[in-house]
Design a protein around this ligand. Sequence first.
Ligand code: A2P
Length: 340
Amino acid sequence: MGSKQFHVAVVGATGAVGNQMIACLEETNFPVKRLTMLASSRSVGRPLRFRGDSIEVQELTERSFKGIDIALFSAGGSTSETFAPMAAQDGCVVIDNSSAWRMDPQVPLVVPEVNPHAVAQYTQKGIIANPNCSTIQMVVALNPIHQTFRIRRVVVSTYQSVSGTGKKAIDELFNQTRAMINFLDVERSVYPHRIAFNCLPHIDKFLDNGYTKEEMKMVNETRKIMEAPALAVTATTVRVPVFFSHSESVNVETERPCPPEEVRQVLATAPGVRVVDDPSQNRYPLATDAAGQDLTLVGRIRRDESVPNGINLWIVADNIRKGAATNAVQIGQILTQTYL
Ligand code: A2P
């Protein structure tokens, strides 16, 4: 790593992902010369901790980015749509966690274990997109399988935690659970139905094709990151009453035979992956084990006996860390080490 230090901003610093971004910058010893915390006017003056210092939150405005080298955005799609180009205009490189720029052909969509070379394209718009949380953990596990066995088709069902929706959703699950076990009335504001003791097959908006936007993100972003435009992917995304970590049941069909022992071997040496797969000891990936660390856990690796070349996987990762903040900071590390 060079000795250069950077003025970094976190946009959405008071949010669930923004908070974790700050922690990841600290944990990775990111070359931060100065850190600016940005959020809405509601949070102005709120003190946030970084490396033992207290830094007050400032309001995000069009003048926020003068002199800033790198901005990590996680304040929702419309904030990114408006402010990312303004930041880029001021010479700041944006790493954007929202879905606003992901499918823009001039914006690279990066998972460092899969397509780190794509970071080079940041010069086109000054923006790099951080993929959807469920997509990141899936491609970390699928890319090494694709490189060895050539994936033809993927069928995925997700079990996504409420932290992916943000702080208000974490509170909603907590409050509803407490109300239910005390026989009190349940209040609801974030989700269209009660999330406590329930599963909602509905994440993000419904589209004309009957899929949700979250499901189509998994289809389109997977193809873009893996540079496999013809890859067949179909997804069902489900919100479950879990606080942290997303779990996924993934069925994969390949061109070449993919015996489970060979898949297990390929995954055992894949970057960012930990194989947790010993059913005889009740060992398989759990949301509670994935939370608070950065690896993508893969287990329940078994042959799909209904097709000639198929494999089933259970993939779990911390959606706030690898699914969002960690991946964004890893992109930042590639930027600072190779390009800035
Ligand atoms: P604030 O706390 O001031 O509302 P989460 O996803 O956990 O709900 O967090 C969303 C983050 O995005 C928060 O930091 C929030 O700031 C920030 N945010 C939301 N809307 C805006 C906006 N219009 N301008 C700046 N920051 C915003």
